[in-house]
Design a protein around this ligand. Structure first.
Ligand SMILES: [Zn+2]
Length: 227
């Protein structure tokens, strides 16, 4: 083993010497692809801060990519209310559904749908239902893409009161997923990005400790905080 820290150069032995970290800390860093066997405790702490910042930035970037790829994926799926051509019967992938529950406030607001329609009142009710529809359709489109299909035929939307009198409305969407023409291309991209995201989420929290004893205590209290 080296005699001094490979980052700050401080010696590991003697008066006021630098401290080496325990094996568990080394394992934490190894999960991030960093070998800290020749690095002192202090330098490990600043390395940890930098790593966590990097990972945070990567997570943000991936979240953006997930959103973009998902939107692109959904654009590849088209929806039609008419039944599909029976020539495509062998291309049916199955039923797809989407749901969305929205709060509209007291149902007396139902009257505002008309004022919304007439443009008299800028409107909550109709707008909310539209949003609910969009989200239910998106859900079904996403399911369609996951099945490797790109078309929803025979689509039907229904809107029902989810809880009586509480102003909760459920929008449900149902259709048949069919694969016609070119297969969708973005599903693999999407899967890859989500996998990367998962990997980052599964990284351990790094605990910088000199001994296994301290490591144990530190992880236990960190666990209590997060649970
Ligand atoms: Zn150092």
């Amino acid at each position: 083993m080296s005699e001094s820290c490979s980052v700050c150069g401080k010696k590991f032995s003697g008066f006021m010497s630098a401290k080496i970290v325990c094996d568990s800390t080394k394992r934490d860093f190894a999960a991030y692809g960093k070998d800290v066997s020749g690095i002192c405790e202090k330098c490990c702490s600043s390395l940890k801060d930098n790593l966590l910042k990097e990972v945070e930035a990567q997570k943000n970037e991936l979240a953006k990519q997930v959103e973009e790829t998902k939107n692109a994926l959904l654009r590849e799926v088209s929806v039609s209310t008419t039944p599909h051509d029976h020539k495509w019967d062998d291309k049916i992938k199955g039923i797809v559904t989407g749901y969305s529950v929205i709060g509209t406030g007291p149902l007396t607001e139902i009257t505002s749908a008309w004022t919304d329609f007439l443009g008299i009142e800028s409107g909550s009710y109709l707008k909310k239902i539209r949003l609910g529809e969009e989200s239910a359709i998106s859900m079904a489109k996403f399911q369609t893409a996951q099945m490797g299909a790109n078309f929803i035929s025979g689509a039907n939307i229904s809107i029902t009161e989810a809880t009586r009198g509480n102003g909760m409305i459920m929008v449900s969407f149902v259709g048949t997923a069919v694969q016609i023409g070119e297969p969708i291309t973005r599903l693999e991209d999407f899967k890859k990005i989500v996998e990367q995201q998962q990997k980052l989420e599964n990284l351990p929290i790094i605990v910088v400790a000199e001994t296994e004893q301290i490591y144990k205590v530190a992880t236990a209290s960190a666990g209590q905080r997060s649970s």
